[in-house]
Design a protein around this ligand. Structure first.
Ligand SMILES: Nc1ncnc2c1ncn2[C@@H]1O[C@H](COP(=O)(O)OP(=O)(O)O)[C@@H](O)[C@H]1O
Ligand SMILES: [Mg+2]
Length: 239
């Protein structure tokens, strides 16, 4: 078998037609695996998200296929983006896998946190946000799955009054789901709460309700108190 071609950058320009069906609108983000674009289905004007995989980082197509199957399996979970389909694009004369999903018109969580005075959310607001995430994560864990990469660049939010609509956009494949991987999601969610209220800089001044959850970000203490995401949800519901 020939080695997959090494493409460092797709760099698709707005207006470019891909897959015969979509027009590129804008670049949304990029990372190790590939690049993500907002596209429009030009026959309908419906916006979608296209994730293009660098062939050399997606050997045997396994990352893209895992992501697609996971999204499909979790399609009833309210915080998971809806999967549409995959297709093969020709880019720089190579076959490139492209995964089409729902487009979420939201704010990336890191930016949202930074938009607050002092770049930190008021504790009550951060708790409300984390609660929405926890309720959704419980659905994922209930289906015996895990996220694997919960952090503020992989969460899109749409504030709705005092509530939050939360979407997870990225999953990380670390292999089969098990208790340890689900525990890591709990630890990552609580680390996110810590980040939302201002991180290390403000932790000492944080209210006791926050400290009772973050527990100095000590993994052992966190997991002793919240061995499953249900424990964390139930705790948040006592406020
Ligand atoms: N469905 C989506 N709707 C809107 N924006 C998205 C969507 N998926 C991803 N994005 C944006 O693109 C960025 C990169 O996407 P992501 O799937 O996290 O890829 P990466 O592997 O590069 O981390 C995200 O941080 C987010 O800003
Ligand atoms: Mg990401």
């Amino acid at each position: 078998m020939t080695k997959p071609p090494k493409i460092e950058k797709f760099d698709l320009q707005p207006g470019r037609i891909i897959g015969g069906t979509y027009e590129v609108e804008s670049f949304l983000g990029g990372g190790y695996e590939g690049e993500v674009y907002k596209v429009t289905e030009f026959r309908t004007g419906v916006p979608r998200t296209a994730k293009l995989y660098y062939p050399h980082r997606n050997e045997n197509d396994s990352d893209a296929m895992n992501f697609a199957r996971k999204l499909e399996m979790l399609r009833d979970c309210s915080i998971v983006i809806q999967y549409h389909h995959v297709e093969t694009l020709r880019i720089k004369r190579h076959a490139v896998t492209c995964l089409i999903s729902e487009y979420v018109d939201g704010i990336i969580l890191s930016k949202y946190i930074a938009s607050h005075p002092g770049k930190r959310m008021p504790p009550y607001k951060a708790l409300s946000l984390i609660y929405a995430l926890v309720v959704g994560l419980e659905e994922i864990h209930w289906k015996n799955e895990y996220h694997g990469d919960i952090h503020s660049e992989n969460i899109l939010i749409r504030p709705q009054g005092i509530f939050f609509d939360v979407k997870l956009v990225d999953f990380y494949n670390l292999g089969r789901s098990n208790k340890e991987r689900r525990k890591e999601d709990i630890k990552d969610t609580i680390t996110l709460l810590h980040e939302a209220v201002g991180g290390n800089k403000w932790y000492a001044k944080a209210p006791q309700e926050i400290k009772d959850i973050c527990r100095g970000l000590r993994r052992d203490l966190i997991l002793e108190r919240f061995p499953t995401v249900r424990h964390l949800r139930e705790h948040l519901e006592t406020f």
